[in-house]
Design a binder for this molecule. Structure first.
Ligand code: GUN
Length: 295
C-alpha cells in the first residue's frame, strides 16, 4: 500500500489566504490592522531564519509586523521591560518571544510576563490551563496545525485511538489535550514508555514529536493509520551534504500508513500559518469581535 502524502504546504497556503481575506473586515470595523510583534534575543542562526519568515508572512497577510532584535547580552530586566511595553501597546495584538533565549534569561519568567490574551504562541500557563480545562484561549501553533491537517484528512476524529510520542509543553502535551477535546482516546507516550512499538501499533492517529531522526519504524504502525511527523532533523545525507528528515522513517511508513506528512512540506509550514491565524483571532477577541468562522 502507498500512503496518501498530506500536503501541509498547500493547506498552510490556503489558511494564510483565509487569514489575509479576513483582514479588510477587521480594518473596516476597527480602523487598524492586526499587529504581531516578534522579539529575538541574540544571533542564533536558525532563530534568525524563523523570525524573518514570520515577519514576511505577517506582512503578506496584510497585518502589521514589528521585529525587535536585541543583542545577546540583553538583561532579563530589559527584556521584561520590552514585554511590558508591548503588553501596554494597543496596536499590538500578538507577542512572540522567539525561543531559545540566551542561558542567562529565565524563559518561563519571560513567557509568564506576556499578556495571555496576546500570547499567540499559546505558551503562557493561563493558556495551557484554558486548553486543559476546555475553555477558549490561544493554542500552541504546531499542535493546532497538526489537528487541522488530521481533520482535513479524517473528518470527525471522535473515538479514534491516538498515540502522541513526546511530552513537551510546546507540542506533545497540547496535542494530547486537543485530541482529547475531539474525543480521541489518547495515549501520551515518551522516553520512559514501555514497549513503545506495541503502544504505537494501537494508534489510528500517530503523532511523532521527539526530535530523533527516523526513530519510528514501519512495523510500529497499524496498516491504514494516519501519521503526523512533527520532527525536523538535519542529518548527513551520505554524499557529503545534509538533508532534513522527520522523526519517522518516511519511506518505510509510506508502505503501511493510510496517510502521512512529509518532511519538509508537512507540519512545518503549518506553524507560521497558525501563528497568523492566532494573531487574527487575538486581534478580534481584544477588539470585542467574534473571530471569523472557518479558521
Ligand atoms: N522556537 C522554535 N519554534 C518556536 C515557536 O513556535 N515559538 C517560539 N516563540 N519560539 C520558537
Amino acid at each position: 500500500m502507498s500512503a496518501r502524502v498530506i500536503d501541509g504546504k498547500a493547506f498552510a497556503l490556503a489558511l494564510r489566504e483565509r487569514v489575509a481575506a479576513a483582514v479588510p473586515a477587521f480594518r473596516a470595523a476597527t480602523g487598524r490592522v492586526p499587529g504581531l510583534s516578534v522579539v529575538i534575543v541574540g544571533e542564533d542562526a536558525a532563530s534568525q531564519v524563523y523570525v524573518r519568515s514570520k515577519g514576511k508572512a505577517t506582512e503578506a497577510a496584510g497585518m502589521a509586523s514589528v521585529t525587535h532584535r536585541l543583542p545577546a547580552d540583553t538583561t532579563q530586566a530589559e527584556l521584561l521591560a520590552l514585554v511590558a511595553a508591548l503588553n501596554a501597546d494597543e496596536a499590538v495584538d500578538g507577542i512572540l518571544v522567539q525561543l531559545p533565549l540566551p542561558r542567562h534569561i529565565d524563559e518561563s519568567a519571560v513567557i509568564a510576563a506576556i499578556d495571555p490574551d496576546k500570547d499567540v504562541d499559546g505558551f503562557h500557563v493561563v493558556n495551557a490551563g484554558r486548553l486543559a480545562a476546555g475553555l477558549p484561549g490561544l493554542v500552541p501553533c504546531t499542535p493546532l496545525g497538526c489537528v487541522m491537517l488530521l481533520e482535513d484528512v479524517l473528518g470527525d476524529l471522535a473515538g479514534l485511538d491516538a498515540v502522541v510520542i513526546g511530552r513537551s509543553n510546546i507540542v506533545g502535551k497540547p496535542m494530547a489535550q486537543l485530541l482529547t477535546a475531539r474525543s480521541c482516546t489518547v495515549t501520551l507516550a515518551h522516553s520512559r514508555t514501555r514497549d513503545l512499538p506495541a503502544v504505537c501499533r494501537r494508534a489510528d492517529i500517530l503523532v511523532a514529536a521527539v526530535g530523533r531522526p527516523e526513530m519510528v519504524k514501519a512495523d510500529w504502525v497499524k496498516p491504514g493509520a494516519t501519521v503526523i511527523d512533527v520532527g525536523i532533523n538535519r542529518i548527513d545525507d551520505g554524499a557529503g551534504g545534509t538533508k532534513l528528515v522527520g522523526d519517522v522513517d518516511f519511506a518505510g511508513l509510506s508502505e503501511v500508513a493510510g496517510a502521512i506528512t512529509p518532511v519538509p512540506g508537512g507540519v512545518g509550514p503549518m506553524t507560521i500559518a497558525v501563528l497568523l491565524r492566532n494573531t487574527l483571532v487575538a486581534a478580534h477577541l481584544r477588539a470585542g469581535l467574534a473571530p471569523p468562522a472557518g479558521l
